[in-house]
Design a protein around this ligand. Structure first.
Ligand code: SAH
Length: 430
């Protein structure tokens, strides 16, 4: 077959289709044809159990004998023939006679000798994202590949990696006055920024969302994959770059849920790690809105990893402390005070007040030559790491033009980067 095949969907209702052969392959084809409303004639000396059941249920006709010349045209011409006798000679004869009579012939024994192929077909199940869909995949003479792709498509639809959502039917006429049932809010951790570092559950909820309330950080690239009727509310960026207040975000979540919407609050990293997810959950619950949380890959751990810095390492550090540096050095010191001397210190939102924080840590007794890494925009193509020491961190950050978002790592584990280098996969060629 030099030219590509021509996919077509047939209306077989009330049309004669001949199935030659009585085994399980013929049975599968016959059952699908019966389902499509075809008038199926099976020609075979014996039939398997499944076919016998269809015969006794009067769903198809059975000529209990071998195929003979003319069967495709008598009593009336068939529109289509499937041959699956298990005998190449018979299948070849059927194919020849079909060709002469201009009847499309699907040959089970030799796809390359067929004039027609049935695609691998699956229908989405009720209650899943693929409900109402028929997926048909054709791969020429390679049915296994077609089956694999078909299953992958259905699985991707159901998991949300292929976010083609089912549009919910408008409320039935007259139902407008009925109280709208309250929707729900999912606080979804989106991970540090790469589109494939969100969880499977988070991805599926995103694919099913009516409204997505999103941040500046996290896998913003996923927003492109949402269909156009999904309302995206960007609370991370507004004209003039003033972020929307937390109070307003809380209100938005409740507002949309009360309209009956499935709301996803897509957040960078993990919702409950310096992300104010707890406040959002409390607000929803206080207003009677069902809420769930989907954990995410926090930048606190994953961004150092991307730069080849394990937060713990045998013989180097056995614990770590995560703190926000946003509130100033006192908070950082308080967080670090009770930590083990070898504990790795991870600072989020640490760039603006880096000078103050580093000086305070030295003053509190951390050696001024403690290694420090500033990892900017982890898990994005712009990931960049500056390594320095506590004493030189502030000046080096200014010199390199380090900007948020960045994770600051303080501790001996930073030295491992010399051996590990970037580990975010961008250095790996397939
Ligand atoms: N809930 C988030 C943290 C939000 S606070 C989480 O679990 O990751 C925002 C801070 O996170 C930023 O100031 C920065 O310190 C850090 N951050 C988040 N994503 C980052 C990224 N891709 N690269 C570097 N730092 C990041």
């Amino acid at each position: 077959m030099g030219s590509p095949s021509y996919p077509l969907t047939l209306d077989l209702a009330g049309r004669r289709v001949v199935v030659v052969g009585g085994g399980p392959v013929a049975a599968r084809k016959a059952a699908a044809l019966v389902e499509a409303g075809a008038l199926v004639d099976v020609i075979a000396p014996f039939v398997c159990e499944e076919l016998a059941a269809l015969v006794s249920a009067d769903r198809l006709g059975w000529q209990e004998r071998d195929y003979v010349a003319g069967d495709l045209l008598e009593p009336t011409a068939a529109w289509l023939v499937h041959t699956a006798t298990g005998e190449a000679q018979v299948d070849a004869q059927v194919a020849r006679e079909a060709e002469a009579a201009r009847i499309w012939c699907v040959r089970a024994d030799d796809a390359t000798a067929s004039t027609a192929w049935t695609p691998a077909v699956a229908r989405g199940s009720v209650g899943t994202a693929s409900e109402g869909l028929t997926v048909a995949v054709s791969a020429g003479a390679d049915p296994r590949r077609a089956t694999a792709v078909r299953d992958a498509v259905l699985a991707a639809l159901d998991s949300g990696t292929l976010p083609v959502r089912r549009v919910r039917r408008p409320e039935a006429a007259g139902a407008q006055d009925a109280p709208v049932s309250v929707g729900r809010v999912a606080l979804v951790g989106g991970g540090p920024g790469a589109e494939d570092l969100i969880t499977v559950r988070g991805r599926a909820l995103l694919a099913a969302a009516d409204v997505v309330v999103t941040d500046r950080l996290g896998p913003r690239g996923l927003l492109r994959t949402l269909s156009s009727e999904v309302e995206v509310v960007d609370v991370g960026k507004t004209p003039g770059n003033h972020p929307v207040s937390q109070e307003r975000i809380n209100e938005l979540l409740v507002h949309h849920a009360r309209l009956g919407k499935r709301v996803v609050r897509l957040k960078g990293g993990d919702p409950f790690v310096l992300g104010r997810g707890g406040e959002e959950a409390l607000h929803c619950l206080a207003h009677g809105v069902p809420v769930e949380v989907v954990p995410g890959v926090t930048s606190a751990v994953s961004v150092p990893a991307a730069a080849g810095i394990p937060l713990t390492h045998r013989g180097v550090a056995a614990s770590f402390v995560v703190a926000s540096a946003h509130e100033g050095a006192d908070h950082v010191l308080a967080a670090a005070a009770d930590a083990a001397p070898d504990a790795t210190l991870v600072l989020l939102m640490g760039i603006t007040r880096l000078a103050e924080t580093a000086a305070a840590l030295i003053a509190a007794g951390r050696p001024s030559d403690t290694p420090v890494a500033l990892v900017e925009r982890g898990w994005t193509p712009e990931q960049r790491t500056t390594t320095t020491t506590l004493a030189a961190a502030a000046a080096d950050a200014v010199a390199a033009g380090v900007r948020a978002p960045a994770v600051v790592v303080v501790g001996q584990v930073v030295a491992l980067r010399e051996h590990l280098g970037d580990l975010s996969g961008s250095n790996v060629t397939a």
